[in-house]
Design a protein around this ligand. Structure first.
Ligand code: HSE
Length: 320
């Protein structure tokens, strides 16, 4: 059995929510948003099991069974990695709303992974942290997609690629604002699992080529700080054509967002929110936000919206 070098008994970590995909980067791109964040407190216990408690503004309906909560599998994996026979008591302060397409489960998994890596003094690399955190997504969505956890852990714009997953993290341009508009649909249980079931298992080469080209342009746009280039490449041929049918007024909201000055618009993660990228030195994010809400309203759908900036990486808030 391994001895922990530090004497830490408990720690609290925080990770922000995120928007995944950005259109052409299905399952490969994540962008952390500074609107909501989850906090996870972890302490060691003598009982040889993982217990969860969930509190906070959006705790309702969050599973407390550690196999079904995105905090559980990363915690198990890290304890195994540390070869430590101890129990954990994990308290999730759930402040990222679920079911909106803002990487809620990813934020919890990221905060848990960051905190436990610290407590166990494992000092995992960024890539390893993202791999571990993605195990939490498998518990919730059926697959270990790493785009949301990548962004929540590393902050800013993150590319996840390859198997096993590797990551590239790029600092977004400081003038970038992200407008998120959410139709007031009743959140579905297992929404992400269902939305992932809509993604075609096979795609034509022609469509794959379009996505590869656009995704490359988006990545280049982030490297160059070119918001117009990022926005111009945000269309998707893989997931969005099928998922957009579930979002009332999708075309109308997109059109109005562009007219109000958005550089690009895509479904945020598995939806139903739409995320628009805006260069705030050229256009008003508030106007884009209003236009998107209006776009939903024109088709009789009530919606809410907010404007966010790219968020920093997950961090340890407290440790003793
Ligand atoms: N890339 C994932 C998807 C994000 O679109 O299904 C889900 O949160």
């Amino acid at each position: 059995m391994r001895r922990i070098r530090s004497l830490r008994r408990e720690a609290v970590g925080q990770a922000y929510c995120s928007t995944a995909n950005l259109g052409a980067g299905f399952d490969c791109f994540g962008l952390a948003l500074n609107k909501y964040s989850d906090r996870v407190q972890i302490r060691f216990t003598q009982l040889n099991k993982i217990r969860l408690a969930v509190k906070g503004a959006y705790s309702y309906g969050v599973p407390k069974d550690s196999n079904q909560n995105s905090a559980g599998p990363p915690a198990v994996a890290l304890l195994e990695r540390a070869r430590l026979k101890k129990g954990l008591f994990i308290t999730i302060d759930k402040n990222v709303p679920q079911g909106l397409g803002l990487g809620s489960s990813g934020a919890t998994a990221a905060a848990c992974t960051k905190t436990l890596d610290h407590l166990l003094d494992l000092r995992l690399s960024d890539d390893e942290l993202v791999r571990v955190a993605s195990l939490g997504e498998r518990a919730v969505a059926g697959t270990a997609h790493a785009d949301n956890v990548g962004a929540s852990l590393l902050g800013g714009f993150v590319i996840v690629f390859d198997n096993p997953v590797r990551t590239i993290s790029i600092k977004p341009p400081s003038k970038l604002r992200i407008v998120v508009a959410t139709p007031g649909l009743r959140p579905r249980r297992n929404k992400t699992r269902i939305a992932r079931g809509l993604v075609p298992r096979r795609i034509e080469t022609e469509k794959a080529l379009l996505n590869v080209g656009r995704a490359s342009a988006i990545a280049t746009g982030f490297s160059r700080g070119d918001i117009e280039l990022i926005g111009a490449a945000m269309s998707d041929e893989i997931a969005e054509p099928r998922r957009s049918r579930l979002i009332p007024s999708y075309d109308n909201v997109k059109r109005l967002a562009f007219e109000a000055g958005a550089s690009g618009v895509a479904i945020s993660g598995a939806g139903p929110s739409l995320a628009a990228l805006v260069d705030e030195t050229r256009h008003s994010p508030r106007m884009v936000s209003r236009a998107m809400v209006q776009g939903f309203a024109q088709k009789g759908v009530q919606a809410s919206s907010f404007v966010a900036r790219p968020a920093p990486e997950a961090r340890i808030v407290r440790s003793r």
